[in-house]
Design a protein around this ligand. Structure first.
Ligand code: IGP
Length: 263
């Protein structure tokens, strides 16, 4: 099970980082943190003026595809996203399977005004404090990776620190957990994180079950305007897109085309 494997690895890494910098010490660096998290909901909710919201992902590699982008400069990519209308930027920080880095978050936060998501396998409060210290505005919590109680605890902790949370689901059980956690931003991941199988009809099945008033993010495998139109019509507010943007010749053209899909 790849998800279990990634989480095990994440926990091992975490033990090492906690020894290097205790939570107490990490927390203390917050007093000199110039970056207060911003309220991301207005950026992610679909409005009449701006119906399609895009969370563009800075993604070098993935366990299913290996290296996606060879000449990878996270800051240049983030600037390109920001300049061309991305509503938020997702920064993968998991180092082994996605070749991400927490430092990318800080570098981007310093020079790019767009709200930032720390995209990682978060299983511990320590990682939430890290997200804040390194400059994230919101974090990802994956329902499949956490128990109901754990998810709620981590969710509450993030909110308490002023960070928003994108709670990711892949089936009905995950949705139940997400709702119990109090999540207001729910991501439907088309990709099964264990088998890497894609189900581009997952939003059709899950959106009708989501209580009203939630912000809905369609995640993974989005690569054309038709998909955006279709999912937008059934209730998706925002789209989380990584690989496609990493592969297109012009991020500018593609991002603008996607943003205007429903105008
Ligand atoms: O590159 P894609 O297919 O556009 O997908 C982006 C994003 O949804 C994907 O990276 C992702 C969704 N949930 C995750 C959880 C962990 C790591 C990665 C992810």
């Amino acid at each position: 099970m790849i998800l279990d494997e990634i989480i095990e690895r994440t926990k091992l890494d975490l033990e090492i980082r906690k020894k290097e910098i205790t939570l107490d010490l990490l927390g203390r660096s917050l007093s000199s943190n110039p970056y207060a998290p911003r309220d991301v909901k207005p950026y992610l909710v679909s409005t009449k003026e701006e119906p399609v919201r895009i969370i563009a992902e800075v993604k070098k590699a993935s366990p299913s595809k290996g290296i996606i982008k060879e000449d990878f400069d996270p800051l240049v990519i983030a600037q390109e996203y920001s300049k061309n209308g991305a509503n938020a930027i997702s920064v993968l920080t998991e180092p082994h399977y996605f070749k991400g880095n927490l430092e990318y978050l800080t570098a981007i936060r310093r020079y790019v005004p767009t709200p930032l998501l720390r995209k990682d396998f978060i299983v511990d409060k320590y990682q939430i404090v890290e997200a804040l210290v390194y400059g994230a505005d919101f974090i990802l919590l994956i329902a499949k990776a956490l128990g109901t109680k754990e998810l709620k605890e981590l969710y509450d902790y993030a909110i308490h620190l002023g960070l928003e949370v994108l709670v990711e689901i892949h089936d009905k059980e995950d949705l139940t957990k997400a709702v119990k956690s109090g999540a207001t931003i729910i991501g439907i991941n088309h990709r099964n994180l264990d088998t890497f199988e894609m189900d581009m009809e997952l939003c059709d099945k899950l959106i009708p079950l989501i209580p009203n008033g939630k912000i809905i993010v369609a995640e993974s495998g989005v690569s054309n305007v038709d998909t955006i139109k279709r999912l937008s019509a059934i209730g998706a507010d925002a789209f989380l897109i990584g690989e496609h943007f990493m592969r297109v010749p012009s991020i500018e053209d593609e991002l603008k085309r996607f943003k205007n899909a429903c105008n």
